[in-house]
Design a protein around this ligand. Sequence first.
Ligand code: OAD
Length: 242
Amino acid sequence: MDSLPTSIVVLTGAGISAESGIETFRASDGLWANHPVEEVATPEGFAANPQIVYQFYNQRRRQLLSPEIRPNAAHSALAKFEHEFEGDFLLVTQNVDNLHERAGSRKLVHMHGELLKMRCLNSRLVYDIAEDIDFDTECKCCRSPGNLRPHIVWFGEMPFHMNQINRALESCDLFIAIGTSGNVYPASGFYQTAKIRRAYTVELNLDRTGSSFDQHVYGPATEVVPAFLDSILQRQGQRAHR
Ligand code: OAD
């Protein structure tokens, strides 16, 4: 892309957090290789055996809150970019960790939910949660056990913030996908929505994914993301000095 973009949407997936120590989903040693998806990531699995689902998310929450899990250079580059880029910007993450916000990102939506939140099944009110929960944990609004579920979008459920995301995709002139395999709809179709409106589309990923973006840059996120975003900020700086 030669011209300076005016409106950018960035989509991130598990690959951006891999170098922070959080497993991806579809690697040979990834989360879905070690846990049956139907058991821990579907409404039916939760209805059949909530305790297994609570345990799975308790473990992941504990890992996220451990001191060795920290934002990496790719998260930080996106936060810096959001503050310095003069056009419109939206960061859409499929990740349920909080590493983007810990790095300083604010123009951010979590389309697949958040690990540090729970939701009441009755009132749909959402609560921050840092500790383990189980079937006996009382909901803050109902004061009864068994009413809390992870605030995570499971297979078969509608992702969050789709109106805002579609509006941004339809008006962006640059779409960047970072560290996502493109296996899960609707996120896997975002680059096509952006392309229909003639946006330039770029994939920054460790490996080829099979989706046909206008540009592919392969390498670890901590290297390719800062370099790619800096090149846009440099062009912005050059234009200002003309
Ligand atoms: P995946 O595990 O499917 O894909 C991770 C991608 O990141 C792969 O293409 C890897 O090649 C790439 N990758 C790994 N390490 C990387 C690194 N250091 N730098 C750059 N790229 C790297 O994860 P997602 O695409 O995020 O949904 O998965 C999408 C959704 O599937 C998740 O949000 C989750 C899952 O089921 C729900 O749970 C609803």
